[in-house]
Write a protein that binds this ligand. Structure first.
Ligand SMILES: Cc1cc2nc3c(=O)[nH]c(=O)nc-3n(C[C@H](O)[C@H](O)[C@H](O)COP(=O)(O)O)c2cc1C
Ligand SMILES: C=C(O[C@@H]1CC(C(=O)O)=C[C@@H](OP(=O)(O)O)[C@H]1O)C(=O)O
Length: 394
């Protein structure tokens, strides 16, 4: 089973990610990884930090001449802002611990509970790691997983479907989203809503406030049977939800019709099953978002996530000083007003990790040739029995 670890503080020297279990002989195009990192940095509503950083993946090990070795892959992403923070963030040697000390906890961030739990008098020791800067490392991991999955034509896209009170009421198809999303500063493919989203973010900014929103992730061409019902930790939807919920600020995840499923009768909820000689087994609907019993059905996987408004407000909320216990307004750290577009890029990439993990669980992970032949044999078996004609979503 592939797994990864990330390390790094927001204003420390760099982020480091190690992914273990990637197969040998996978060709990696570093520019594809850097493209994903760039996408995560964009998005209307971001603060000034993104003007400082220019995230690039430096692959340190596990790859030779663009080809994976099957050994752990270590990736580094440098924090350019470290140059401005050396005297506070150097890991070794005497540093200035006093002058940038943070003591007034921001409600909604990890500040208060983190400081109490780890016995810190300086909230900087918490916020450096709880910061979503860490998501750059996870995007690099996901981008490597996308490289792997592209060999099987598995495709990902994501877009923003809601900001503040506005929510997209149209259902665009995968191709339309993937063709158009990168041209939108808020990753919204609908021109009317794009403007509404921008206006909402501007309004929040003027009011020195922040906003969250809703993102949608679409995944195509996953063969049926990735993930399993046999044990709780092998369920594909459960693992996707875990990874998505671990993104800073994400507060809810739904598949297909999601929470709306609680409002309809079973006859309107399930995706009924049909067979024809021409199509094999097929469905006319995808209400369950491409997963049944913890397994991919072969339909498009459709997931939505809600992100709460950013906790750091330029008109700070009521709080206390953790050391004096006096009432104060929360600290103001430089901050984004809205990071929903960036979160959609993160979400897409953490999903790529989960899909790669369970794809390899089904088809192996030693080397690309063996995985490809296992994959083809499996599809051949399903075709021979007349169950599938082609992958449903190709
Ligand atoms: C891409 C991205 C950027 C973020 N930027 C900020 C930010 O600038 N300021 C802030 O207070 N929170 C920001 N957040 C959210 C916080 O990191 C998050 O709310 C915090 O770590 C607490 O975790 P929780 O909301 O999951 O409980 C960002 C989140 C993401 C995904
Ligand atoms: C650095 C990133 O996002 C940061 C996430 C973040 C937070 O609290 O989560 C707070 C801000 O940090 P800073 O105070 O350094 O500007 C964001 O910029 C990034 O996405 O790469």
């Amino acid at each position: 089973m592939i797994r990864y670890l990330t390390s790094g503080e927001s204003h420390g020297q760099c982020l480091t990610a190690i992914i273990e279990g990637m197969p040998a002989n996978l060709k990696i195009n570093i520019e594809n990884i850097n493209k994903e990192l760039k996408k995560r940095q964009l998005g209307y509503g971001r603060g000034d930090r993104m003007k400082i950083e220019n995230d690039r993946a430096i692959i340190l090990s596990g790859v030779r001449g663009n080809i994976t070795l099957g050994s752990p892959i270590a990736i580094q992403i440098q924090n350019k802002d470290f140059d401005n923070w050396k005297e506070y963030m150097n890991p070794i040697g005497d540093i200035d611990l006093e002058s940038k000390k943070v003591t007034k906890a921001r409600p909604g961030h990890a500040d208060l509970v983190g400081a109490l739990k780890y016995n810190f008098e300086d909230i900087r020791n918490v916020l450096e790691r709880s910061s979503a800067r860490e998501t750059a490392a996870r995007v690099a991991i996901g981008a490597i997983c996308k490289e792997f999955l592209s060999n099987f034509n598995i495709k990902f896209t994501s877009h923003v479907v809601g900001i503040g009170q506005y929510e997209l009421d149209k259902n665009y198809d995968f191709k339309y989203i993937s063709d158009n999303v990168e041209n939108s500063s808020v990753r919204c493919v609908d021109k009317f809503y794009e403007q509404k989203f921008i206006d909402e973010i501007n309004k929040a900014k003027e009011n020195r406030d922040t906003l969250g929103g809703i993102i949608e992730i679409r995944i195509q061409n996953i063969p049926l049977g990735v993930g399993s019902y046999v044990h709780y930790d092998k369920k594909l939807d459960a693992n996707l939800a875990l990874e998505l919920m671990s993104i800073q600020g994400i507060k809810g995840v739904e598949f297909g019709l999601g929470f709306k499923l609680g409002k309809v009768f079973g006859s309107k909820a399930q995706d009924q099953i049909y067979y024809s000689k021409e199509k094999g087994i097929y469905r006319n609907t995808n209400n369950l978002g491409g997963i049944e019993g913890g397994m991919s059905t072969g339909e498009e996987i459709i997931i939505r996530c809600v992100m709460k408004p950013i906790p750091t407000l330029y008109t700070p909320l009521n709080s206390i000083d953790i050391n004096t216990l006096e009432n104060y307004k929360a600290s103001v750290e430089r901050s984004d007003n809205c990071a929903v577009p960036a979160a959609s890029v993160v979400a897409e990439n953490v999903c790529a990790f989960v899909i790669a993990k369970f794809f390899m669980y089904k088809f192996g992970n030693d080397n690309m040739d063996d995985i490809l032949s296992n994959y083809e044999n499996y599809l051949e078996r399903l075709k021979e029995k007349g169950w599938i004609k082609n992958l449903k979503s190709t």
